[in-house]
Ligand binder design. Structure first.
Ligand code: GLC
Length: 529
């Protein structure tokens, strides 16, 4: 399947090849000393992102929330939670970021609200069959007394996807019980989300990340599903089965067309990227069809094992599927829901070497890219004590599945002891480990061989090398275990095998590790032929 060209989009808007940096706001920087990251903290640490060389930020939810799922349980999508600051803090952050040339994108969470949202409180206070209940998915239970859930769907966080309310009805929640699913067939729901989008677009945000973009539309009749297709979260990130009827229903695309209409009614190339975990590249590409979302995360590299063949086929599949809809690929190695890149590749020196090499691949592919805060420092997941865990998965699985806290530990900025300048207070919302003194932004900035310096150089080259600006990619022949492709006059080589191979006779432009006569395993290079 070579060569690949994505020339279908020629007049590129800013987001088509932007590098986005995901800020998990509880963990980026704490501006008020309470141990939890906040908007002022982000403002104070914007220069890190300018020096890193990213184009845009995506800030995970900072809206009013009881924090049953780290803010993805939204109680008021048009206000800032006091733990993160105020709307004025957000406006200041937006202005500061724009002044530095950074675009600002934020989450919207359309599949569900918090159970503390006024709509859900009204629904609970109202009777079965009322218009208030019709904004959510309330049903009668099964069994003689209706004491069995309406179907057999499990929640993504463990346990049933249904919770019973005192009058006997059940409501659907694909995630935690504190996250009741909205009924998108009720016109009030899309209208409310158009209002939410406009609220933030009017303030000046450049775009959105659409949470659970493959949710929202529910299989008509809510039939039972085949439970054998579900893989537990602790077995690592994976693509869902096409038989998982809780997600990726065709009707969802109408809702994305609605989002797009709102975005396009604003000047300035406002955008949205979808979070859609779907079974195939073709299903993924549908979310970025010309009249739907602008981008959709490509999770293929997140789930691919460390293997040149797997990487190549993931890249190939994605490029072709996205070219067919005329949208750029959106390359992702990590986010707040999956193990950190260095951890997924085995941890330790080897995991880090692979994560660094993977970054040189990710950032040399055509399209947009998302970085997850802390990956630029080469951080690994942290083993947390049981009593520190906050992910709802831990409780909902009866302490069987630990969940995602390990990749959410706050960032180390300065100093040699926790909380490493993350907070002026003594502690952080998740404990930070001993042993991160060499991984702080301060320490890595002073070390030419650090992962931070590698990212800075990679992003500078990405912006300046004309070879990487286009959309074409041509695969090159390479020895077993290796991956090689050409972009303009630049070739990118990754050795994901176990044996060293001779370095191609070309000028070395960039490398993920010091190189000699051979291309060693777990190293990537950019070469000029
Ligand atoms: C998305 C978010 C995840 C959250 C879930 C429910 O997958 O990335 O963190 O738990 O949606 O909103």
């Amino acid at each position: 399947m070579t060569p690949v060209s994505q020339s279908a989009y020629s007049q590129q808007p800013w987001w088509a090849d932007a590098v986005f940096y995901q800020i998990y706001p509880r963990s980026y920087a704490d501006g008020n000393g309470d141990g939890t990251g906040d908007l002022i903290g982000i403002c104070e640490r914007l220069d890190h992102l300018v020096e890193l060389g990213v184009d845009a930020i995506w800030i995970s939810p900072f809206y009013r929330s009881p924090m049953a799922d780290g803010g993805y349980d939204v109680a008021d999508p048009c206000d800032v939670d006091p733990i993160f600051g105020t709307l004025a803090d957000f406006d200041a952050l937006l202005a500061d970021a724009h002044e530095r040339g950074l675009k600002v994108t934020i989450d919207i969470v359309p599949n569900h609200f918090s159970d503390q949202h006024v709509w859900f409180r009204q629904a609970l206070a109202a009777a079965p069959g009322s218009p208030e209940r019709a904004r959510f998915i309330f049903r009668e239970g099964r069994g003689a007394n209706g004491d069995q859930p309406p179907n057999n769907w499990p929640s993504m966080f463990g346990g049933p996807a249904w919770t019973r309310v005192p009058d006997g009805q059940w409501y659907l929640h694909l995630f935690a019980a504190e996250q009741p699913d909205l009924d998108w067939t009720n016109p009030e729901v899309p209208a409310e989300f158009a209002r939410i989008l406009r609220f933030w677009l009017d303030r000046g945000v450049d775009g959105f990340r659409v949470d659970v973009a493959h949710g929202m539309a529910k299989e008509p009749g809510l039939p039972d599903m085949d439970l054998s297709v579900i893989t537990p979260r602790d077995e690592g990130a994976h693509m869902p089965s096409a038989a998982d009827i809780r997600f990726d229903r065709d009707a969802v695309h109408e809702y994305h067309r609605g989002f797009r209409k709102v975005l396009d009614s604003y000047p300035g190339d406002r955008m949205a990227v979808g979070e859609a975990w779907v079974p195939s590249s073709e299903r993924m590409a549908r979310y970025a069809a010309p009249d739907e979302l602008n981008l959709t995360f490509n999770f293929e590299l997140v789930v691919a094992p460390w293997s040149a063949t797997e990487f190549r086929s993931a890249i190939d599949r994605s490029l072709h599927a996205m070219a067919a809809v005329g949208a750029p690929c959106t390359w992702v190695l990590a986010n707040h829901d999956v193990d950190r890149t260095a951890t997924r590749y085995g941890g330790g020196a080897r995991g880090l070497a692979r994560a660094r090499a993977a970054a040189l691949v990710q950032l040399s592919l055509p399209g947009a890219a998302y970085l997850y805060n802390g990956d630029e420092l080469g951080l690994e997941n942290v083993e947390l004590p049981d009593d520190a865990l906050q992910d709802p998965t831990w409780e909902r699985t009866g302490h069987q599945v630990r969940g995602r806290d390990g990749e959410r530990v706050p960032l180390p900025w300065t100093g040699t002891r926790p909380p490493y300048g993350f907070s002026t207070g003594p502690t952080s919302w998740l404990p930070m480990p001993e042993g991160w003194a060499a991984s702080t932004v301060e320490a890595e900035a002073a070390d030419p061989a650090s992962t931070l310096q590698l990212y800075r150089t990679t992003l500078r080259l990405r912006h300046t090398l004309a070879d990487l600006q286009g959309t074409a990619l041509e695969w090159l022949d390479s020895p077993d275990g290796c991956l090689a492709y050409r972009r303009g006059g630049l070739s990118v080589w990754l050795n994901a095998g176990v044996a060293a191979v001779p370095m191609p006779a070309c000028e070395l432009v960039h490398a993920s590790a010091p190189v000699g006569a051979d291309l060693e395993p777990d190293v990537a290079v950019w070469l000029r032929s």
